[in-house]
Design a protein around this ligand. Structure first.
Ligand SMILES: CSC[C@H]1O[C@H](OP(=O)(O)O)[C@H](O)[C@@H]1O
Length: 371
């Protein structure tokens, strides 16, 4: 996607030195565009853990590159298989909820295992990472192509009047490598000339909506309005939301969806007001091993600092300010689980399906047999 007219991805290999990977450090957006260089395993793990990069597909891609970095820096005389396994679990420990992290490290690990020495393992890991990045970008493009039909249909129903779409957190190209998941249909519809407007949940406590989704939409010229998280219900009661599209960090084989905290409450309000609630779910974020999201999806709890403080821009620099009494404790659950019964449908790279085992197995028959 573009920033000030220049094409960007959220993560990329430095041309002249492929041992270096560069990222947009999203902690500084929308105020500053800071490019960070990652080269060691610790660099990649820190970037995920501290959310320099975030978003399920991007977390997966970053971990894949991180595993390549780990293999590159290994002592060729060490027990490489053991060292690779340690690096995989070190990366997986950075953030527990997004299953893309597990899938991506699994994919690269399996490829590396086919190598008999460090050089071979590194080449295989790099090839698997390049393929994973290409697949992820294609998944997002296809989600856009399938999801745009939902927006087209509403636009037709409204005889070309503005389609009002609500989204939560950032499931845009900054959460992926390019295009985004929840925003892919929005960009596709906008680029087709469909009149639309996006209600952007600020998404406390880290404000991925206010900081990142609003930034993305503004750069692409998409009309949008930032709202506080608790506004969505009121808008839906007054017919001001035609469609909700959100991302996912982990979707179970039965269609339960773990996504940023607050998503479940939006889905409840959507159900109560008859607003279609769709989840943009690339297959990289589907966990075929589990069915009961509430019981089986690990919910990340992060530092209370993220609740107690907020970052903002003033006089040319970013400030961190305290919002609560100094000693007040704060709870910081990063995600919640929306039961499949509240989900109108899943927008995948293979099409739109019901949020159910049958729906997913129709689109992914080869995966539904996984036990
Ligand atoms: C396309 S996945 C985006 C997904 O990830 C976000 O979480 P975080 O910013 O904490 O990584 C949020 O749940 C988004 O929906």
């Amino acid at each position: 996607m573009k920033i000030e007219g220049q094409s960007f991805r959220s993560i990329w290999v430095k041309d002249e030195d492929e041992t270096k990977v560069q990222i947009i450090d999203q902690r500084y957006l929308p105020f500053e565009l800071v490019i960070e260089e990652l080269s060691t395993l610790d660099d990649f793990a820190r970037a995920i853990r501290e959310m320099h990069v975030r978003g399920a597909p991007l977390i997966g891609a970053t971990a894949a590159y991180g595993l390549c970095a780990a293999i590159r820096e290994m002592d060729p005389e060490s027990n490489l298989s053991e060292e690779v396994e340690k690096a995989v679990y070190y990366l997986r420990a950075t953030r527990p909820t997004a299953v893309d992290l597990q899938h991506a490290t699994e994919t690269v690990w399996r490829s590396a295992c086919r190598g008999s020495n460090q050089a071979e393992k590194l080449e295989l890991a790099k090839a698997a990472t390049e393929q994973l990045v290409a697949d992820s970008i294609l998944q997002c493009q296809l989600i856009g192509e399938h999801g745009v039909k939902l927006i087209e249909a509403i636009s037709k129903q409204k005889k070309g009047e503005t389609v009002n779409i609500l989204t939560h957190c950032n499931a845009g190209w900054l959460a992926c490598i390019d295009h985004g998941t929840a925003t892919a249909p929005i960009y596709a519809a906008h680029d087709q000339g469909i009149k639309l407007h996006v209600w952007v949940d600020e998404t406390r406590p880290r404000n991925q909506g206010a900081n990142l989704t609003a930034y993305e939409l503004a750069q692409h010229g998409v009309p949008h309005t930032v709202i506080v998280d608790n506004t969505g219900g009121h808008l839906m009661q007054h017919g001001m939301v035609d469609l909700i599209v959100v991302g996912t960090d982990r979707t179970t084989r039965s269609g339960d969806v773990a996504n940023k905290i607050g998503t479940y409450l939006k889905a409840l309000a959507a159900k109560d007001n008859g607003v279609p609630f769709y989840v943009a779910a690339p297959s990289s974020s589907i966990d075929w091993q589990i069915s009961d999201g509430l019981a089986e999806i690990p919910i990340e709890e992060r530092t209370d600092e993220e609740v107690k403080y907020v970052h903002g821009w003033f006089n040319g620099r970013i400030y961190k300010v305290l919002l609560t009494p100094h000693d007040s404790p704060a709870a910081n659950y990063g995600f919640d689980v929306t039961p499949a019964r509240l989900v109108s449908g899943l927008i995948t790279e293979r099409g739109v399906c019901a949020a159910s085992e049958n729906g997913l197995s129709e689109l992914f028959p080869e995966m539904s047999k996984v036990e």
